[in-house]
Design a binder for this molecule. Sequence first.
Ligand code: KG4
Ligand code: ZN
Length: 372
Amino acid sequence: MSNGLILGIESSCDETAAAVVRHGREVLANVVSSQVAMHALYGGVVPELASREHLRNIVPVVRQALRDANLAYKDLDAIAVTAGPGLAGALLVGVSFAKSLCFGLGKPLIAVNHLEGHIHAVLMQSVEQSTPDKAPVLALVVSGGHTHLYLASQVKEVWRYRNIGRTVDDAAGEAYDKAAKLLGLPYPGGPWMDRLSSFGDATAVRFNFTEINRGTEAEPSFDFSFSGIKTAVLRYVQTHGMHSAAEERHQAIAALASPGLDEIRALCDVPVLNLIASFQHAVVENLVKQTMRAARHHGALRIVVSGGVAANQALRGQFRDAATRSGLAVAFPPAALSTDNAAMIAAAAWPHFVQRDFAGHDLHATPQLRLG
Ligand code: KG4
Ligand code: ZN
């Protein structure tokens, strides 16, 4: 008899995570071991180090999740793992471990797409999972690796996804992190840019986005491009002589044991704060506008926004305003489920479990795995 208990395992990037979720909704344990502090020393994720840390952490993290849930391996109904997309070596640690567990315990294995996981981080929170009139849900997954729009529709337990837009170059989180690096801010820069932006004038610097549409007039695609704004920030820093001050800021922050907002803000002059505020304003406006256009075109009544950048306060505020104006509902994951975690993997696995959609022991990691 099934207790609906799924152990989720996630190791696609720089977090080793394990969680136990009952019936795709009730989080009994959610353990995340982050490598951010280690990668921060290098200003970005170093794939070889990530794999090594996953290897070191996977067993203690899974054991901790079971302890937190007060369960033993035998109580589980299935084990779900992120099969992609992500870093090859990092994914391989989770996939190999999940496969060996399933083999040893005789439990079914479920392969989950990381992006489906991010979408379910929001869906698992809402009581009514489908809209009454079966209108599709529009999902924006916006993180350090992705800026993708999906139409998600549910028929009984089965979720189907259709990709209707994506970034053609950098992801939004990547642009945040690169702009922050140019200004000497710590890695990852997104949260710092978000917090500092309220101290600057968002109208000080004008950034433009080029319209990108790989689709046709009848079937447009709702794409994004963030490499242009990254280059524009670089050019602004160069032409306004901000480079050496950014280097000094970087050194000063590196010398602080645990830098806080007030200390970092004190190291930023008015032009830097204005540049940060203008960058945030432009990126958020672009994300919201493009998503709302897609929602109108496809008749979506509900928008879910997930991934690391979904933690952004301005993004949340502007999405709420735009959705209210258009009579749409918008939802975000709680803070603990917006960045990478395994609860979202176990939740996304539930419909697969119900359909007995299990993976074989030949499952492999797929770094470029697509959704929809
Ligand atoms: O989903 P996630 O943890 O990992 C990936 O799958 O990429 O997302 C991490 C990304 C980083 O680029 C980080 O800078 C960005 O999310 N991020 C933010 C904020 N919090 C995290 N970007 C803007 N504003 C934030 N508050
Ligand atoms: Zn992610």
